[in-house]
Design a protein around this ligand. Structure first.
Ligand code: FES
Length: 118
């Protein structure tokens, strides 16, 4: 694995997320309390763009169905909230919509720049 320069640290203030394209990789970097974290931009549920969601402390909330992921570990901390049509509420299949953890990448900061391992 190699490190690639992602951003100048001062361009991502505390509490802010920013998306980057690295070839085929779509990465979002988040500044959480001065620490930098990087994760795949696409939500593991239905691939919405997480950088368009909301950063709440250590968690990113998906803009589509509000699944939540810890950006420091990638752990899913809330499953999607998908409205189920009234006619379908009888079936157990529709009651448990789940998704996977988020893929995260290691970031190192040197000389005012953030580098991502991939
Ligand atoms: S697309 Fe992200 S929770 Fe559904």
């Amino acid at each position: 694995m190699a490190f690639t320069k992602l951003a100048v640290v001062k361009d991502i203030p505390k509490g802010v997320m920013k998306k980057f394209d690295l070839g085929e990789l779509e990465i979002t970097a988040a500044n959480v309390e001065g620490g930098f974290h990087a994760f795949e931009d696409r939500c593991p549920h239905m691939y919405s763009r997480l950088h368009q969601g909301k950063l709440e402390e250590r968690g990113v909330v998906c803009p589509f169905h509000k699944a939540r992921f810890d950006v420091t570990t990638g752990e899913k901390t809330r499953d999607p909230r998908v409205p189920v049509p009234r006619a379908l509420k009888m079936g157990a299949i529709t009651g448990n919509i789940r998704t996977h953890d988020l893929i995260v990448h290691t970031i190192k900061v040197e000389n005012g720049s953030a580098y991502i391992e991939h």
